[in-house]
Design a protein around this ligand. Structure first.
Ligand code: ACO
Length: 336
């Protein structure tokens, strides 16, 4: 699916961003005492050194609410200005009510309508595109899109092939109409035929929780890492190249490529295939691990708050996640 800005409707930009990661840091060295692994193996294969893990009393909506408050403040708005809250997550507090309603309650955004969306690690980009449609069509003025995960309870801490990869965190963005180009184009794709390669089969209606499902561990993340790696590189590269081709933008004109932070080797491979300079490819996987739907907005918030963006800069987001789902988005930055 490709969606350029049609010749009608408004252009949509990110007015403000915010993020939050839990206090507790889990280092590779600590993981050495949990599973049969080493700091050297994890760093050389993934680029990760540490990740943040939420406390027992913190749920996804708690992380999301702090990120949301920071994004709203950064936008110069108040929670009451929000028309819509969309939480993108694979680790909701519970099946229902949706996590966005729980965030609404915490931050007091009483005017908003609220719903969740699940597209795994692609979630935030999918959420931005959904939010963009509401603003572009004038159905909403201020849309709060949140990517938030407390993924740590769904990681099998006895499986060294997955437990070293993931971390918890949240980020949020406020979308508004703008005068510039804003979100210029989005490409999204999915392939459900490959669903089994990255899956958490238990706990839903297919395999509701029973003592047997808990014992067999099917409520944990299961992943065929090498296969995921290959599909991630090829689909993310193609989505990014397609978007550059459709828009006629050269990679040299992009200020930052902000990929989903799954693995440093995946990120380097995409950067090389796109012909990007190393300084164009943003990476913070070393400090956060893979925070799934939160990763892209955590990275964007860092870049924006670090003062590294100016009005008119072009940003290229590219994502990949379970499903499989993938996508790319080209955006002209303007939070003025
Ligand atoms: N520590 C030490 N050894 C390990 C570890 C570990 N943590 N994990 C695996 N190994 C071992 C394996 O058992 C294997 O040993 P063997 O050769 O004796 O069988 C060896 O290391 C190599 O294993 P591979 O799986 O081939 O290692 P690879 O280089 O592929 O790296 C990794 C594994 C990091 C998981 C990689 O495949 C990867 O990053 N894949 C993509 C994962 C990803 O991005 N997932 C998220 C997608 S987005 C989403 O929606 C969640």
């Amino acid at each position: 699916m490709t969606n350029g800005t049609p010749p009608f409707g408004r252009t949509v930009r990110i007015k403000g961003t915010g993020s939050y990661v839990p206090e507790r840091i889990l280092t590779n060295r600590e993981l050495e005492s949990i599973v049969d692994t080493t700091d050297e193996w994890i760093y050389s294969r993934t680029g990760m050194r540490e990740r943040h893990i939420a406390a027992d009393h913190e749920a996804t909506s708690d992380l999301a609410a702090i990120a949301a408050q920071r994004a709203i403040e950064n936008s110069g708005l108040t929670p009451a200005d929000m028309d819509m809250i969309l939480v993108c997550t694979s680790s909701p507090d519970m099946f229902f009510p949706n996590t966005a309603c729980l965030v609404q309650k915490k931050i007091g955004a009483h005017r908003a309508f609220c719903f969740d969306m699940e597209a795994a690690c692609s979630g935030f980009l999918y959420g931005l595109e959904v939010g963009r449609q509401f603003v572009q069509s004038s159905s909403a003025e201020n849309v709060l899109v949140i990517g938030a995960e407390k993924i740590s309870p769904f990681v099998n801490w006895k499986d060294r092939t997955t437990c070293v990869l993931f971390g918890d965190g949240a980020g949020a963005a406020v979308l508004q109409a703008g005068n510039g180009r804003g979100i210029m184009e989005t490409i999204m794709g999915s392939d459900g035929l490959l669903a089994d390669l990255l899956i958490m089969p238990g706990g839903g209606s297919r395999y509701p929780p029973t003592p047997e499902t808990l014992k067999s561990g099917i409520h944990f993340i299961q992943m065929q890492g090498r296969e995921v790696f290959k599909h991630a590189v090829s689909n993310m590269t193609k989505a990014a190249l397609d978007i550059l081709k459709h828009t006629g933008v050269s990679i040299a004109d992009v200020k930052y490529i902000i990929p989903h932070q799954a693995n440093a080797r995946i990120i380097h491979a995409i950067g090389q295939r796109l012909g990007g300079r190393p300084d164009q490819v943003y990476m913070n996987v070393e400090r956060y691990g893979n925070t799934s739907a939160a990763s892209v907005i955590l990275a964007l918030d860092e870049v924006a708050r670090g003062g590294q963006l100016e009005k008119g800069d072009l940003l290229l987001f590219v994502v990949f996640g379970a499903g499989f789902t993938w996508g790319a988005m080209l955006m002209e930055w303007d939070n003025s």
